[in-house]
Design a protein around this ligand. Sequence first.
Ligand SMILES: Nc1ncnc2c1ncn2[C@@H]1O[C@H](COP(=O)(O)OP(=O)(O)OP(=O)(O)O)[C@@H](O)[C@H]1O
Length: 315
Amino acid sequence: MKEKQGGLETMEYILTAKDLTKEYRHSAKALNRFSIHVPKGAIYGFVGENGAGKTTFIRIICGLQAPTSGNYSLYGVKNTDKNILNSRKRIGAVIETPSIYLDMTARGNLKQQYQILGLPSYDGIDELLQLVGLDNTGKKKAKHFSLGMRQRLGIAMALAGNPDFLILDEPSNGLDPQGVIEIRELLLRLNRKKQITILISSHNLDELSRIATHYGFIANGNKVEEITAKELQKVCRKCVKLTVTDTDVLARILDIMNIEYEILSDTEANIYGEIPVSELTLKLAQDNCYITSMHEQAETLESYYINLVGGVNHE
Ligand SMILES: Nc1ncnc2c1ncn2[C@@H]1O[C@H](COP(=O)(O)OP(=O)(O)OP(=O)(O)O)[C@@H](O)[C@H]1O
């Protein structure tokens, strides 16, 4: 599975799920025929509001819960295959709050984790402590750590088995701005330098938009959409949706005016960048083409998200 990655985009998936459903007793479906595709090398932003089903999904993938129906594959191995246990060994996860011993130092916690995993020596611990920026914490016990330091220790523990897929449930939750920046930089380092694929569940869209290469949106247990950061950037670029009587004429004039556009239908087009409205209106009119509506599109991930799931999530 360690194939060289060609361009930015790869069709090799670390994790896929199809029709994954989880029904808890006496409650609505936490996951409803949910599907997802996490490409190798991605920082995948898994976005949904409280109760959308993110933690349930992560718990299923980590083998902590069984799905009611549907399936998923990790490194191409189906969840019903006994080899799924080997695939899971390649995952590191921090679900909800990190499982750390508060009465131990960072090093003590990592030693404990190495023992649990049956690792032959403590050799990797110094590197891990350095990687997460806890190499100077000495005898300080985890109970005296800041929330951000605990979160980073949790990530170090998840990295102990040398995984190539890291799953983090709300890693920046409750952190102060400095803590958020430290987690961000750590995740970028892990992704870029260590080639670790990362899935981050979050509703902190602003933070996510700084690092995610892909997004999957979930609402009420349903997949709403998957989109790459590049596609999203295109959609979120300053853009005006124009409705005209004839987009053939519009296209011809926009070409002459050297304005970037995308034709959506016979009457609709997206136009990018600044538009000299009077000049365009005049030129269109000379060719018997008229603007019937014009409005600015959403510009941020947040407004994109609200447009996408706003109606779904507040039933
Ligand atoms: N053990 C459980 N028993 C019954 N219902 C549950 C259980 N765990 C989760 N749920 C319900 O399943 C739905 C999805 O919850 P889940 O925790 O997966 O959402 P989430 O997106 O992770 O939310 P949050 O961001 O608040 O953690 C919610 O309606 C929740 O109440």
